[in-house]
Design a protein. Structure first.
Length: 167
């Protein structure tokens, strides 16, 4: 018999690419235009070879107007025998365009509530999010870092101005 021994009023962290809550959000489907395993749930993606149809990992040449959103974990990809989920090239994946989502953080990112979100565009952290570098996107952090992820609130990306930082 199991006994509940810990009680807490705080919602635990979700999973990279998972919904943060049920507030209004928009999610569209795109084809992945990247090598198998390069795109991971919770990463930011930009327009791929065919804008409006496919998405890929950002590069140093990526700009704010090419940012498409965050790859969602829809639970439709199976783990392999090693417990790894691979997002495959040419697969169709859900991408959150605006709303609240658990996002994958760059290795050194330590966001605070209200910090401006930056999409990292180069190095091993390309596609992850931080508080500096890369492209300032129209979003803010709404939690601190928790096991390599943090919740962000994506605003309508068609508005080119980044979200105001601070409280």
């Amino acid at each position: 018999m199991s006994i509940w021994t810990e009680y807490n009023n705080r919602t635990p962290a979700g999973v990279a690419g998972g919904l943060y809550d049920l507030t209004d959000h928009a999610v569209d489907s795109f084809r992945i235009d990247a090598t198998d395993g390069k795109v991971k749930f919770g990463m930011g993606v930009v327009a791929g070879t065919t804008p409006g149809t496919d998405v890929t990992i950002p590069t140093a040449d990526s700009t704010m107007d090419k940012f498409m959103g965050v790859v969602m974990n829809g639970g439709s990809n199976e783990m392999d025998m090693n417990g790894v989920i691979v997002v495959r090239n040419s697969s169709t994946q859900s991408v959150m365009r605006h709303g609240r989502v658990w996002a994958r953080l760059a290795a050194e990112a330590e966001p605070a509530y209200g910090d401006q979100v930056h999409l990292i565009t180069s190095g091993d952290d390309a596609g992850c999010f931080g508080t500096t570098g890369g492209i300032a996107i129209n979003a803010r952090f709404i939690t601190t870092a928790q096991n390599g992820i943090a919740a962000i609130e994506l605003y309508n990306q068609l508005n080119a101005a980044p979200a105001a930082s601070g409280n």
